[in-house]
Design a protein around this ligand. Structure first.
Ligand code: KG4
Ligand code: ZN
Length: 334
């Protein structure tokens, strides 16, 4: 089998389309929605409208860049969930209509599984079973990956996602949205042990990140009362210290799971895997615990359709198709 698949991603604020042929990504077009910046977060209604505007040009570009005609396609894939309902509706309705018009089979993809399967786009590819820490703006999970199609969530956040913790912390420090990448940038010249922030330890492999926001808020209030320019004067150190505590928290449970399950192949996925501190911490883990670590290329960390395409590739090979009655599921689980 040598399938050529068009894949659509529209779960949040990125409209993306990708063409994959026999497991090789031929194109991956991503339109980021700048409109949300002025609101300091993703506005669901505006995201849906922007997807509606972007979807046709993004799909046309993806086909053009791949040099693939619509008639050469074997299937159409889309993100079923999790994500924002209105955003998912645009991608799924488009994919269904496109597939119906061309009489092609449809493939539904779980966004979180796709983040993990992004590791199968390029070499080196992880060996099964492996552990994947998926850290994004909406999720924080430790997943045991047994095969391309069999995954089990071992632990997850009980409240905020770590990406949200990055973004909310950055917002408290006055950095513009999305703050995660900016906080990362500022942290690079700061001292990670200058300030201490407490973080709750949850049972098993679970996480909690909601308390960090309050502790940072109190920390900023207290120090600003004594020194009005405290944040401005200490920004790199504050950012480095916040990043440090978030990464240490992520790593602690990952190390525990790897040890208890005896797994040596360790991967990270999702938007937060673009974080330089997390990438460095994983490399250190490789040395310390004798892990084989897998870190995706930057372009495949944040939301993109190439990851939906590679997930669809494996589903196609396994004959896992869906029908025209499918609807998006904003709370879809692994
Ligand atoms: O996977 P993703 O693109 O979208 C979701 O499915 O959520 O993840 C976006 C999240 C945002 O919270 C963003 O701030 C965070 O990933 N992020 C980062 C970095 N790059 C993206 N967080 C920390 N450091 C980064 N370099
Ligand atoms: Zn994502």
């Amino acid at each position: 089998m040598n399938p050529t698949i068009l894949a659509i991603e529209s779960s949040c604020d990125e409209t993306s389309a990708s063409v994959i042929q026999n497991g090789q990504v031929l194109s991956n077009i991503v339109a980021t929605q700048a409109i949300h910046e002025q609101y300091g977060g993703v506005v669901p209604e505006l995201a849906s409208r922007a997807h509606q505007q972007n979807i046709i040009p993004v799909v046309s570009q993806a086909l053009q860049k791949a040099n693939i005609a619509k008639t050469q396609l074997d299937a159409v894939a889309f993100t079923k969930g999790p994500g924002l309902l209105g955003a998912l509706l645009v991608g799924s309705a488009f994919a269904k209509s496109f597939a119906m018009g061309l009489d092609l089979p449809l493939i539904e993809v779980n966004h979180m599984e796709a983040h993990i399967l992004a590791h199968f786009i390029d070499e080196p590819k992880p060996n099964f079973p492996f552990l994947c820490l998926t850290a994004s703006g909406g999720h924080t999970q430790i997943v045991l990956v047994r095969s391309h199609l069999e995954m089990e969530v071992l632990g997850q956040t009980t409240d905020d996602a770590v990406g949200e913790a990055f973004d909310k912390s950055a917002k408290l420090l006055g950095l513009p949205y999305p703050g995660g990448p900016l906080l990362d940038k500022m942290a690079q010249t700061g001292n990670p042990t200058k300030f201490q922030f407490p973080i709750s330890d949850m049972p098993g492999y679970n996480y909690s990140f909601s308390g960090i926001k309050t502790s940072i808020l109190n920390f900023v209030k207290k120090n600003t009362a004594a020194e009005p320019d405290f944040v401005k004067n200490n920004l790199p150190d504050i950012c480095a210290s916040i990043q440090h505590v978030l990464i240490q928290t992520l790593l602690k449970k990952l190390v525990l799971a790897a040890k208890e399950l005896g797994v040596k192949d360790i991967a990270i996925a999702g938007g937060v895997s673009a974080n330089s501190g997390l990438r460095a911490a994983l490399q250190e883990g490789a040395k310390k615990y004798n892990w084989n670590v897998y870190i995706p290329a930057f372009e495949y960390c944040t939301d993109n359709a190439a990851m939906i395409a590679i997930a669809a590739h494996y589903k196609y090979l396994a004959g896992k198709f869906t029908d025209q009655y499918v609807s998006p599921d904003p709370r879809l689980r692994i």
